[in-house]
Structures are given as C-alpha cells and as structure tokens.
Design a protein around this ligand. Structure first.
Ligand code: SF4
Ligand code: SF4
Length: 370
C-alpha cells in the first residue's frame, strides 16, 4: 500500500527523525564531512550532517566551500554512493569444503540500514542495480538482503553542481521512484523547515512519531520552486536522442585514440559510478586445505586482466577499454537491462584525475550525427 501523508517538520526537529529510525533498529547512513569531502558514512545525529557546507565541482576538481545559510543538505553528491553499502566492495561470497559442501556465508548479520538524503539520481542508480542483482536470472543474495532491509529517506535536490546532468538523463532532480520518506529542505528569510512525505507503510510509521505541522499551500509550493531552480542550474547536458544508435555508429571513430592518450586507466570513473557493477572472485584456501573461500572484489573494465580470456586480454588497448566503458554505459546497457547505465550524477567527471568528461566525449564521438 502506498502511503501519502505529508507535513512540515521544523529543521530543529530533524534529529527526532533520526532517533525514530534508530529506535526502529536502523543504522543511519548519510552525508558526512570526511577527508575534505562530503561523502556517505555512518552517522548518529543531525549534528553529523555537513550543515552550512557545500562544494565546488568541475572536471577533475572537488573543493569544499561554506554556504551562507545553515542548510543540512546544501551540498552536491561526493565520491561515494550508496552502492558501497548495498554491493560491498570486498566480501566473502561462499565457502566450499574438500568434500564439496557449499556454504553461503551468513546473511543473518546484515543490519537494517536507513539511507538519509537519497537524491533522485542516487535512487535511480539503486533501481538500476536492482535490475542487475535481483531482477535478472542470477540473484546476488547479499545485495538482495541489504536492499530489502533498506529504508530510503529520499531528498528533493536543492543544489546542482557544474557536473550534474540528471535532467538530460531524466533521473532528477525531483524524486519520482519509490521511497519510504521524502524530504524537501526549504530555507527562506523567515524559516528553515522540511516538507516530509511518507511513501510507504514503514515510512508512515516513522512519520507518525514526529511532531508534524500542517503545510500551507504556499509552503508546499516552495518545493516546486526549489526543484525548478535546481533543474535550471544543471552544469552539464547530454543530447540523448538516439543515444544507443549514435554510439554504436561511433565504433570505429578516431576519437577513441584521442581519449586513450589522456586516459590513465586508473578506474576512478567505474569505482565512483553508482551503477557500475563489475566484480571478480578470489579463491583462498585454508592452510589445512579443507576449505576454499570465495571472496568478491569490485573490478573494472579499465583493467586488462578483467577482459582476459585464457590469460589473454580481449581489450588490450586503452582505447578499447574506454570504448567498452562508455558504450556499455550509454548504449548496450539498454540491450541488457532496458535502461541507460548512466544517471547523470557527474561523479566520473569530478573524480577523473585527468578531467575526462563523459558529456564532452559523447558529444565529440557523435558530433557528425547531431
Ligand atoms: S557514468 Fe558518470 S555520470 Fe553517469 S552515472 Fe556513472 S558516474 Fe554518474
Ligand atoms: S576516464 Fe578518467 S577516471 Fe576513468 S580510467 Fe580514464 S583516467 Fe581514470
């Protein structure tokens, strides 16, 4: 059943939302100022949020900067996505004994997590990973358990970075996919409050514990104005018309060589991307050789080893690896999963150390088709 309660939560009461979630047994994962970056981490209270902080982002550039207000969510997304908490970078998958008994490592200890401040692009990325890990032929049980236990506190975006292009990818800035609770942070000269909307029974149960005020029509309309402002401040855009066909047609473009001269194959773009899902398995035997443990690690199409067949890389050149990445993201992902693999979050632009920009490369590759 879809719940649809909405109300006004004073900014000073935000912490009550967090304590209600904690009382319901959730670990809180939300934005936090860590290592000079606003990133997702375990948080305890609203004091852990990056209140009054924002950031400047550009190709290969990330800088913190102060805001001139006390917004809790006035930053743009940082280097880590919620992928790290659902599809963990390194974990044991299963163990097999010498006798052939297979033991899937326990998922009983997987904790309930509440994700705080899930922007629309992040929510789209989670839904894309759902298609990969739990809606296909092969199920990733660890992902499935974490996802089923996750509580989503979504966030309508009030700040766009120079590197954002969710409007082009039709993934934001307004939250349109399923959530438990949805926050819109409103700051004007008179007050600071949140519009809080419940989107599920679980969300409604938490909503009912909070000291909510009625919203006036004007207060609710502030959300529309905020979203229109964010949508009009996207720093990037991408023309997605016939995107798949255009990229397939660019297969033999000379531009791949040009990108390869700049790309250092560091894989930052795939690690920061909230939808990339490649992984490999390492097998470790115990000293008595009784059990072999399979350990999953994130991997990347930017590594030669990842494309090795019979110990020989299929994609041995840098240009072939970049072509694989962008063509999969923006074209063949549609064939595999009926969606783009890109949500326009801009992370691969900010965190590429040499400033390679997916929107610019796509435009250069398909320029003749515009
Ligand atoms: S390809 Fe880049 S912009 Fe698109 S979702 Fe991944 S990190 Fe974000
Ligand atoms: S495109 Fe940039 S981030 Fe990605 S592998 Fe190349 S240099 Fe690294």
């Amino acid at each position: 059943m879809k719940a649809n309660k909405k109300g006004k939560l004073k900014a000073q009461d935000l912490n009550l939302l967090f304590s209600s979630l904690q009382k319901a047994g959730f670990d809180l994962i939300g934005p936090k100022l860590t290592d000079n970056c606003i990133t997702y981490d375990h948080i305890q209270t609203a004091q852990d949020l990056p209140q009054g902080w924002s950031d400047f982002q550009e190709k290969g550039t990330y800088r913190l900067k102060k805001r001139n207000d006390n917004a809790y969510f006035g930053y743009n997304i940082g280097n880590r996505s919620f992928k790290e908490f659902l599809f963990v970078a390194k974990e044991k998958s299963y163990q097999i004994s010498k006798q052939g008994d297979v033991q899937t490592l326990s998922i009983d200890n997987i904790k309930k997590m509440a994700f705080i401040g899930v922007r629309s692009c992040e929510l789209h990325a989670i839904h894309i990973q759902d298609k990969v890990f739990i809606q296909g032929q092969y199920i990733n049980e660890h992902y499935k358990q974490r996802r089923q236990k996750a509580f989503i506190v979504a966030l309508n975006c009030h700040t766009a970075a120079n590197t954002c292009f969710c409007v082009s990818m039709n993934t934001g800035p307004e939250v349109t996919l399923a959530y438990d609770l949805n926050l819109s942070e409103i700051i004007n000269e008179n007050e600071h409050y949140f519009i809080l909307e419940a989107g599920s029974i679980k969300g409604q149960e938490i909503f009912d514990t909070l000291p909510m005020d009625e919203l006036t029509p004007n207060e609710f309309d502030a959300k529309k104005n905020m979203l229109a402002h964010t949508a009009s401040h996207m720093g990037r855009k991408m023309n997605t018309l016939n995107i798949k066909e255009k990229l397939y047609a660019a297969h033999d473009s000379d531009h791949w060589n040009e990108v390869a001269q700049r790309c250092i194959n560091c894989a930052n773009c795939t690690l920061a991307c909230p939808t990339c899902f490649c992984s490999r398995e390492e097998v470790v035997s115990d000293l008595a050789k009784q059990n072999a443990t399979h350990i999953k690690h994130w991997d990347t199409c930017f590594s030669q080893e990842y494309s090795a067949v019979h110990q020989t890389p299929v994609r041995s050149s840098a240009q072939s690896r970049y072509r694989q990445w962008i063509t999969h993201k923006l074209a063949s992902w549609y064939d595999q999963f009926d969606t783009s693999g890109c949500v326009g979050c801009g992370r691969c632009i900010t965190w590429c150390p040499v400033g390679i920009d997916i929107t610019e490369e796509y435009t250069a590759l398909t320029r003749g088709d515009e």
